[in-house]
Design a protein around this ligand. Structure first.
Ligand code: IMP
Length: 468
């Protein structure tokens, strides 16, 4: 009305700035072979970066997130809960995180638990205590849902009731908490701060949950007052960390934001091996939704894949190896669940899986982990398609009946020698990784049409290489 030109919102200015920096990086000269840039290489890139599990989870996202978090001011988890298990090793000390974003291990980073998460406050407080006084660096969305003790009871009861169809859940109450969210019986973190709201929510959900537990015949009795006291106590303790996560992220975009995925694309509720899936969406789209940012703000998507495949739950697994090679992967790779301690099922790398993940996530680069684990194997096999009774299959099927009938079609590559972490690092420093590693990575990336950005050959921060 006054004829004045409105100021462009701060968010837009930020966006232009981050894009300018991204463009600079994309202008780096292309190379026709892998060039290693040591861990001291400082990336110039800020913007929004998503780190996504390209397989069934446990790809090493925690370590990759921690590594990339050196370049950002904020790390956000947008989905999942304490079903995740991220191991980060710093100076030889192993940190196991389930709920807290891995970025919490860097003092200069703000770790955010976004609206799409389901938070078990008991677990959260235990992790905070284990880490010492990290609470100042944590923000929990007021919209995130609470995992209540009865969710864990229901998780166990529902798994038992499904018998052969069970997903092999982590037993952390994830499915029932997301179920309550969808049916609008959920309790949100913000509700813990409003005594009247909390009481009303509990009065609605407790009788219904009791009826469900009775239906499953668990024999558990829920006490409303006890649950109220427990939840209100969590609210009092966590009051200072609960707030508007979406807004906090928007205000920090210019310092770089990393969206940390938990689980993997193949246990996505929509695109995974349903019903053997988790209850959230570990895709860039799901992570943006859960964080509360516009999906178009994501500049780069790092797909994390092991050099082989592991699976910790049930369901068909075409390249599974129940032989000495599978044992080698489990033993050398330490393939036991961080959350449950269960031995992981192991198998050869599956490009059909990765093509499915790439289509859904649009990886701009890959982080290939656990290359060291395959060291010492004579031959490395990579599945490129499936043979089925109905013909050859190039794309990952939705039907679990069909997936169970799939026989992998393999290409065989030469193996590389077993090297110690020091030998890997020395080889990388002088740009002379074993030629077989080079061939393996070239095979994988050219098939998928996605470059490799990071290689990992051990749990330590130092055992990471940036490629160009
Ligand atoms: P839930 O997420 O505990 O409900 O488990 C559902 C399925 O997802 C089960 O097969 C779990 O083993 C699997 N799952 C959940 N979280 C992870 C994870 O962080 N890594 C690997 N598998 C997971």
């Amino acid at each position: 009305a006054t004829g004045s030109v409105p100021e462009r919102p701060a968010l837009l200015r930020t966006r232009r700035l981050t894009h300018a920096r991204l463009t600079d990086d994309s202008l780096l000269p292309p190379t026709d072979r892998l060039t290693c840039i040591g861990p001291s290489w400082v990336t110039l890139i800020v913007g929004v970066l998503a780190v996504v599990g390209a397989q069934w989870g446990d790809e090493g996202k925690g370590k990759i997130t921690d590594w990339l978090a050196a370049d950002v001011g904020t790390v956000v988890r947008g989905q999942g809960g304490s079903n995740a298990g991220h191991t980060v090793v710093i100076d030889g000390v192993s940190h196991k995180l389930h709920l807290l974003p891995s970025g919490i291990l860097r003092s200069e980073v703000l770790a955010i638990a976004g609206a799409g998460m389901v938070i078990d406050p008991e677990q959260l407080l235990a992790e905070l205590e284990q880490l010492g006084d990290s609470r100042g660096k944590l923000l929990i969305s007021e919209r995130a849902h609470v995992v209540m003790p009865y969710h864990r009871l229901l998780d166990g009861a529902e798994e038992r009731a499904k018998e052969g169809g069970a997903a092999g859940t982590t037993g952390k109450g994830i499915g029932p908490a997301y179920g309550d969210r969808a049916t609008r019986f959920g309790i949100r973190m913000g509700d813990l701060l409003e005594p009247q709201t909390l009481r009303e929510r509990l009065e609605r959900v407790v009788p219904r949950t009791q009826a469900l537990l009775d239906y499953y015949g668990t024999g558990d009795r829920l006490e409303l007052e006890q649950l109220y006291d427990l939840a209100a106590g969590w609210g009092r303790t966590l009051k200072g960390c609960i707030g508007n996560a979406s807004l906090a992220i928007a205000e920090r975009l210019d310092r770089g934001v990393l969206l940390e995925g938990a689980q993997g694309v193949h246990i996505d509720i929509d695109h995974g091996i349903y019903p053997f899936v988790t209850s959230s969406s570990p895709t860039p789209a799901g992570m943006a939704q859960g964080a509360g940012i516009a999906p178009g703000l994501i500049d780069r998507v790092v797909g994390v894949t092991k050099a082989y495949v592991t699976r910790v739950g049930t369901g068909p697994f075409p390249t599974e190896l129940e032989d000495a090679t599978g044992e080698h992967m489990r033993d050398v790779g330490g393939e036991f669940g961080t959350t449950t301690g269960r031995p992981r099922r192991c198998g050869w790398l599956d490009m059909v899986m990765l093509e499915h993940s790439q289509r859904i996530c649009g990886f701009s680069e890959l982080a290939i982990t656990k290359l060291d684990v395959l060291g010492g194997l004579d031959k490395i096999r990579v599945c490129t398609a499936y043979e089925t009774p109905h013909g050859r299959l190039e794309h990952f099927p939705a039907s679990m009946t069909l997936l169970a009938e799939c026989t992998p079609i393999y290409e065989t590559l030469a193996g590389w020698p077993a090297l110690s972490p020091a030998e890997w690092q020395a080889a990388a420093a002088v740009d002379s990784l074993p030629v077989e590693v080079n061939d393996f990575i070239t095979f994988l990336t050219s098939r998928l049409g996605v470059p490799a950005g990071l290689l990992s050959f051990g749990p330590d921060r130092e055992a990471t290489l940036r490629l160009r």
